[in-house]
Design a protein around this ligand. Structure first.
Ligand code: HEC
Ligand code: HEC
Ligand code: HEC
Ligand code: HEC
Ligand code: HEC
Ligand code: HEC
Length: 500
């Protein structure tokens, strides 16, 4: 445009605005406008989407604005370059830098058509691109796989859970404006740590989105439901030479908590429907609960505390118990090596006829390994050394590695010890954090209701073979294989990795 557009008559100094009339500034302008439209689009999709998405925040509030800023910076750059091109002592040359579009000239017409066409195309592609990207971030593979290393344990465990078909965002982005903004902010923070690679190993909920709210579960599960009894079978194999089977068949009294839909009874009687349980935890992972308060349907309040806990309660935050205080692993459950090997034996993937198989596979799994590769190598070499003449060794090694693959994540330092399942009481304190008989009411005698062996479940059959036929619907006293030990604090001995 330069030489050709020099006009013969001198023109006045360019106004500030006219210095913006250069191709660089114009392109910057188009970029900025596109980014702005992309932002508006993403923002509205995000606002009206049924399940808001944490990563949308990154696109709408980080990526789009960055392009907007870049566009504006290019506009300014064009302006500065244009200004610099005016020689100070030759103001008469100024006009040459003013963008003259003369539609009578073919060259200008072509340039203009190209520019407008290009800009429209760019705008269209930005809009389409943003929308597609939005959809991509909605998918579970985005949450689970794009952040591959940090999310791998949660993603793998999730794929083997009852919620494998429930979107991550359905649980991790709660309802309401507060949650919406919190997730945006935390999504950005996660991306930042992801890029820097300085995310925590393991990831716990103190640095991921806050834990789902009870309302989140209730968007699919109806807490008024009376579940009644559930029958469950727990199949174990002892860590002895013959891998002796030991099975417990139980009726879990899940019950319900809404008097309209059934009696208020059993395990689900504390669902915050007709009563409310509050507690104080003295550690972050809420394993130590020395104080509990229950408010029943009539408003009657009872407080329980352990003997050791003499603090003034106003010094501690009080939490209302919700689904996750029992179901803390609804979708990211890491099996303990005992549970995993029991399962493989019960399903016939490890042959219980291999002597000491339970003990040895558990032993191979629990060694400290730094990486998955190292684990795979050492698990294999250990088992091959233990069973030099075993015909089924290939299958045994393969199954041990398969167990390791979905339950152990050495790079992220995640396994059942980091994220214990609190639904029962055998390997962790679980229910016994409160129902241990040591939380007493003001009288110093009454313990929390539901703290004896038949309050939560009945054992209908136990043992192996013929023993399992001796069914008693009224419930049997627990026959402990290690009969001298009947201490209710089961997890003093059971830790998920017993090898003897
Ligand atoms: C059924 C609901 C649900 C779904 C679906 C779900 N999560 Fe979770 N997630 C939870 C709960 C509950 C916790 C925390 C439990 C606790 O308090 O310890 C959690 C915890 C986490 C944590 C923190 C670390 C941990 O294990 O405690 C991460 C990371 C995580 N989820 C990622 C994901 C990803 C990625 C997906 C999808 C692949 C997903 N979640 C799907 C319910 C869910
Ligand atoms: C988007 C819907 C949805 C949400 C949200 C959801 N769930 Fe579920 N949940 C399901 C479905 C569907 C199943 C049944 C899966 C099956 O058995 O095939 C299920 C099953 C379960 C089960 C039975 C598990 C089993 O092993 O059979 C439990 C317990 C449970 N959910 C707890 C929770 C908790 C706790 C939350 C909140 C953190 C939650 N769910 C959030 C849909 C949901
Ligand atoms: C006091 C602990 C506790 C609380 C609180 C609790 N549950 Fe449960 N829930 C259990 C136990 C124990 C079972 C039996 C299943 C098991 O042992 O895995 C169960 C079973 C279930 C099942 C499976 C029912 C079936 O028919 O298979 C669902 C779904 C469920 N709970 C959802 C919830 C939801 C949603 C909440 C919160 C509103 C909640 N639970 C609160 C302890 C609890
Ligand atoms: C934070 C403490 C706490 C935890 C953890 C807890 N509970 Fe409770 N539970 C209570 C309180 C408090 C009550 C009400 C007791 C009362 O009314 O005296 C209760 C009541 C019950 C009842 C009803 C007893 C009755 O006869 O009315 C059952 C059954 C029960 N819980 C089972 C469980 C199971 C199963 C778990 C573990 C999955 C569990 N609880 C975990 C505090 C807890
Ligand atoms: C507060 C409720 C509660 C009390 C009290 C309680 N249990 Fe349990 N127990 C549970 C729940 C819930 C499970 C199921 C856990 C699961 O589904 O993984 C369970 C599971 C078990 C199992 C099967 C575990 C397995 O892996 O094989 C045995 C055995 C057992 N309980 C024995 C006892 C004995 C003995 C007592 C008395 C000292 C007792 N329970 C008291 C709630 C309770
Ligand atoms: C003093 C230690 C100790 C205490 C306390 C204890 N156990 Fe055991 N338990 C053992 C030993 C040892 C075995 C045999 C383990 C093996 O050979 O695999 C065993 C075996 C079992 C088994 C069958 C095999 C298996 O690995 O699951 C069950 C079920 C069991 N215990 C449940 C419980 C329950 C429930 C409690 C609490 C009420 C409890 N135990 C308390 C030491 C203990």
């Amino acid at each position: 445009m330069s030489e050709e557009s020099i006009s013969s008559t001198p023109t006045p100094l360019p106004t500030r605005l006219s210095r913006l009339r250069n191709w660089l500034s114009l392109s910057g302008f188009v970029l900025a406008v596109s980014a702005f439209f992309a932002f508006v689009l993403l923002f509205s999709v995000d606002l009206f989407a049924t399940h808001a998405n944490p990563y949308m925040g990154i696109l709408a509030y980080v990526v789009a604005p960055s392009f907007l800023l870049a566009g504006l910076a290019i506009v300014v750059l064009g302006y500065i370059l244009e200004t610099r091109r005016i020689p100070k002592d030759h103001p008469e040359m100024v006009s040459s830098f003013v963008l003259h579009v003369n539609l009578a000239r073919q060259r200008d017409r072509r340039l203009l058509v190209g520019f407008v066409g290009g800009s429209l195309g760019f705008l269209f592609l930005t809009a389409l691109g943003s929308y597609q990207t939005y959809h991509m971030t909605e998918t579970n593979s985005f949450c689970g796989e794009v952040c591959h290393t940090p999310m791998e344990p949660q993603f793998k465990a999730y794929q083997h859970s009852a919620h494998a078909k429930v979107a991550c965002v359905a649980c991790h982005v709660g309802p309401g404006a507060g949650n919406y903004i919190r997730t945006k902010v935390s999504g950005m923070r996660q991306l930042y740590h992801m890029i820097l690679g300085d995310f925590n190993r393991p990831i716990t909920l103190h640095n991921v989105n806050q834990r789902p709210a009870q309302e989140t579960c209730q968007s699919c599960h109806w807490s008024q439901k009376h579940t009644g009894d559930l029958q469950k079978t727990y199949r174990h194999f002892l860590a002895d030479e013959t891998n002796t089977p030991f099975t417990v068949q139980m009726v879990l009294k899940v019950g319900g908590s809404d008097p309209v839909h059934g009696p208020v009874e059993g395990i689900h009687s504390h669902m915050n429907v007709s009563n409310k349980v509050e507690f104080i935890a003295t550690d972050e992972s809420r394993m130590k609960i020395p104080w509990v308060k229950v408010t029943d349907a009539n408003g009657k309040v009872t407080e329980y505390r352990t003997k050791e806990f003499t603090d003034d309660i106003s010094k501690h935050p009080i939490r209302t118990m919700d689904c996750m205080d029992c179901h803390n692993r609804p979708s990211h459950k890491y099996l303990s090596p005992n549970a995993a090997v029991d399962q493989s034996m019960a399903y016939g993937r490890i042959d219980p006829a291999i002597p000491w198989a339970k003990a040895k596979v558990v032993k191979a799994l629990v060694q400290p390994y730094a990486t998955r590769e190292e684990a795979n190598q050492k698990i294999e070499s250990f088992l091959r050394a233990e069973y030099p003449d075993e015909k089924r060794i290939d299958a045994l090694v393969a199954e041990a590695k398969a167990i390791y693959k979905v339950n152990f994540f050495p790079e992220m330092k995640v396994d059942w010890r980091i994220h214990p399942d609190l639904i029962g009481h055998k390997d962790t304190n679980g229910c016994f954090r409160c129902h241990d008989g040591k939380h007493l009411a003001a009288d110093g005698k009454t313990s929390i209701k539901g703290s004896d062996c038949t309050a939560c479940h009945l054992i209908v059959a136990q043992g192996a073979g013929k023993d399992l036929e001796k069914v008693d619907p009224k419930g049997l006293p627990f026959f402990h294989i290690d009969s001298e030990n009947s201490d209710p604090s089961c997890n003093e001995c059971h830790n998920g990795q017993n090898q003897d």
